[in-house]
Unconditional design. Structure first.
Length: 161
């Protein structure tokens, strides 16, 4: 299974995406981190609304792919309220998500779940940015940093109220 980027995300990022400077995976990463920070998934995305673009971690992400898989596992265990001391539950969930023989280090279920977090993260970005979609990388990065920080704080507050 490939990593998927929503078609509306491509349009949303069109002013800052330069294929000579960035990978499509960079856009995916922005969405994914917002999904992880907010704990938000979108399971309602239709296959006609996405483009699969790569089945492995490309470029510089190749060396950080395992960290992203770890972030997925951490986010999922938190969402499912599985404590790390619950070894059987942790092992079971990790076994469902990880495939060490896959180029992405994940099973199809793991990639599907990561895509759901990326889709949910794009929703969160759209809500946070409102009508002010990114026009320059410099401005986007500053606002994106605040967005991730706010999403993490909101998630932390909701989880522990």
């Amino acid at each position: 299974m490939d990593f998927q980027l929503r078609k509306d995300a491509r349009r949303w990022f069109r002013d800052i995406y330069d294929p000579k400077r960035y990978l499509l995976f960079d856009l995916y990463y922005f969405c994914l981190m917002a999904g992880f920070a907010s704990g938000r998934r979108n399971t309602e995305i239709n296959s006609d609304d996405v483009d699969g673009f790569v089945g492995y971690f490309p470029g510089d992400f190749q060396f950080r792919g395992r960290l992203l898989v770890g972030a997925l596992i951490h986010t999922e265990l938190s969402r499912l309220v599985i404590d790390l001391d619950e070894r059987d539950d942790v092992y079971s969930r990790v076994a469902e998500l990880v495939d060490p023989n896959s180029p992405s280090y994940m099973s199809n279920d793991g990639v599907r779940l990561m895509n759901q977090y990326a889709h949910g993260g794009f929703d969160a970005l759209c809500e946070y940015f409102g009508d002010d979609r990114p026009k320059s990388v410099e401005t986007f990065i500053r606002k994106y940093f605040r967005c991730i920080k706010d999403l993490k704080n909101q998630t932390y507050t909701k989880s522990y109220d």
